[in-house]
Design a protein around this ligand. Structure first.
Ligand SMILES: [Zn+2]
Length: 298
């Protein structure tokens, strides 16, 4: 699933490619991932894309007021989440439509902005005014914008495991499974450690490492592990720099201990059992849980 660096890459590509272009019309295919398809069809035509931003794992296409300006509509945007397999790309009209193209928006320069998504785990919504600001307020801080103090406060205020906190979009917006595991390995923190139990130097190191890898991944246009492509249709390259994600059974690049995979907060997590010390009580808890599972099966 595209995370902060991948979405940032797409946002930058779209910012370069489609800003200033007017949307002429909207044609929809399957619409089960769209909040309100009629709003897209009714509201987008005639509006100009004035800016493309990343907001957490969302793309936010900021739009101009419509032709018949509504005095109190406020800020207007098309929100898009690429889900697992979504692609939002400008294409020449002459380029045949890919299979699973569900949204086509002809632009005033003769191209079309197309949304392609085989699995449709994404989301698209036209949002304006209050509804837009309420939607955005649900999310936590951007890890590249948050200062150390805010980062520390956010991951230490709640009694939850650090992996769960990093993935929780209301704590920090934009981090997913890959960059959570990568930053925890680099900071030598076990994914099941409680956020509130982290020592100050650990929090500091995690903050630094997370920012470091996110910035580096943006430079390399993200990680392409399934079929992520940026707005120019190019894959990212950061997957070549993964140290722990997807490396179960392979030697840790620091200490050669085989990397393990464990489920934390319902998500699979890759870690080094030697470099990332298990928190006290975690082994017992896991044993109890697996006994319960076995018991439930019998
Ligand atoms: Zn190790």
């Amino acid at each position: 699933m595209p995370e902060l660096p991948e979405v940032e890459t797409v946002a930058r590509g779209l910012q370069r490619e489609v800003v200033g272009r007017r949307i002429l019309s909207v044609t929809l295919g399957k619409t089960d991932f769209i909040d309100n398809p009629e709003m897209l069809e009714g509201e987008l035509p005639g509006r100009t894309i004035v800016r493309v931003e990343r907001y957490g794992k969302f793309l936010l296409l900021r739009l101009s007021p419509g032709e018949e300006a509504k005095p109190d509509e406020g800020e207007v945007a098309l929100l898009a989440h690429l889900g697992m397999t979504g692609l939002l790309l400008p294409r020449e009209v002459s380029v045949p439509q890919a299979k699973h193209t569900h949204v086509v928006m002809p632009l005033d320069d003769g191209r079309e902005l197309r949304y392609v998504d085989p699995r449709r785990f994404g989301r698209m919504a036209y949002l304006a005014g209050e509804v837009l600001s309420r939607e955005l307020q649900r999310f936590g801080a951007d890890p590249l914008e948050a200062g150390l103090e805010e980062f520390a406060r956010r991951i230490q205020q709640r009694k939850a495991r650090i992996k769960a906190l990093l993935l929780d979009q209301s704590v920090l917006r934009g981090v997913g499974n890959i960059y959570a595991d990568e930053s925890l390995w680099r900071a030598k923190i076990h994914p099941a450690q409680l956020g509130a139990r982290l020592k100050r130097p650990q929090v500091q190191l995690l903050y630094r490492k997370l920012q470091e890898i996110l910035k580096k991944a943006i430079v390399l246009r993200g990680s392409s592990i399934s079929d992520f492509l940026d707005a120019d249709g190019m894959p990212g390259e950061y997957q070549q720099h993964h140290r722990v994600y997807g490396r179960e059974g392979q030697p840790c690049l620091r200490c050669k201990t085989p990397i393990r995979r464990v489920s934390v907060a319902g998500r699979s997590s890759y870690y080094c059992p030697d470099c990332q010390k298990m928190p006290r009580g975690w082994k017992k808890l896991r044993k109890r849980k697996s006994r319960q599972k076995r018991g439930a099966r019998h």
